[in-house]
Design a protein around this ligand. Sequence first.
Ligand code: HEC
Length: 116
Amino acid sequence: MTKRVSKRTVAYFAAVAATAVAQMTMPVAAQQAGGDQAQIDLGKRTYAQNCSHCHGPNMVNSGTITPDLRTFPDDRMRFVTTVKQGKNGKMPPWGDILSEDQIADIWAFVASRRNP
Ligand code: HEC
């Protein structure tokens, strides 16, 4: 009887330890594997809702009336500033509409599609 209880106790602690290890390690692993992709997906959605009617679905456009964002240089500062302030009265300003995070998400999406 004592033996059975102690076996069960050992099994219980083993299960608790395994769960604790899983909880500590899995989110980190998931973040490293999918964190960037998750942000790109968010940016893709925000882009589709706010930018695609001018810059083209999935950034595919002729690059004549609106610039092809796939050729935008690897310059995050310039991107964020342009998106917030707009450009030449033709590109509308987004500073009051999109959050800092949403613009960062779109930048992740733009960077993932870069093809200069
Ligand atoms: C109403 C149409 C329109 C919408 C909507 C629009 N843009 Fe633009 N965008 C333009 C035009 C036109 C230009 C070119 C302005 C110029 O150079 O005179 C431009 C320029 C840009 C540039 C600068 C490119 C460069 O080479 O300097 C960036 C970056 C950009 N847009 C990003 C975005 C993002 C991100 C969104 C969505 C949040 C968006 N745009 C929504 C029309 C639009």
